[in-house]
Ligand binder design. Structure first.
Ligand SMILES: [Zn+2]
Length: 136
């Protein structure tokens, strides 16, 4: 069976020590491709580096609601700037969305989410959504 893991935070520190071995183990068990959603500027460079180094890794660029703060609105133009030239291996925008169970200003979440919807629409890329208690 051939598998494509469409949502794995494989860049997180827990895998950092033996990333190559973990990725090899996944491949050995049939996982041929993995989509790594980003959390924000904190891991954009790491995702770009990993997807350039390892065939079969794809990335999404975006800003996850968990990692927003009151200054995150100023980061939106920086996210847009990433796409002034095509971003290699980037096939989606995200992880982005809304979360009613975290202590992040909802207006900030909404502005950042709306900007990512617009970016995805402009680029004709899918969104990877995070949504908790905000479906309505
Ligand atoms: Zn996620």
């Amino acid at each position: 069976m051939r598998l494509f893991d469409t949502h794995c935070h494989f860049d997180f520190d827990v895998f950092a020590g033996d990333f190559a071995a973990q990725f090899q183990l996944a491949k050995k068990n049939g996982v041929e491709r993995i989509m790594l959603p980003s959390i924000g500027p904190l891991n954009w460079e790491r995702l770009l580096a990993l997807s350039s180094e390892y065939a079969g890794l794809y990335i999404a660029m975006g800003m996850h609601p968990y990692f927003l703060n009151d200054n995150s609105i100023q980061t939106i133009p920086i996210l847009y700037k990433q796409f002034e030239t095509p971003v290699k291996h980037c096939h989606a925008i995200g992880e982005c969305g809304l979360d009613a169970l975290i202590d992040i200003d909802y207006k900030v979440q909404r502005k950042v989410f709306d900007a990512q919807i617009e970016l995805a629409d402009n680029l004709k890329l899918p969104l990877i959504l995070h949504s908790r208690k905000t479906h309505n």
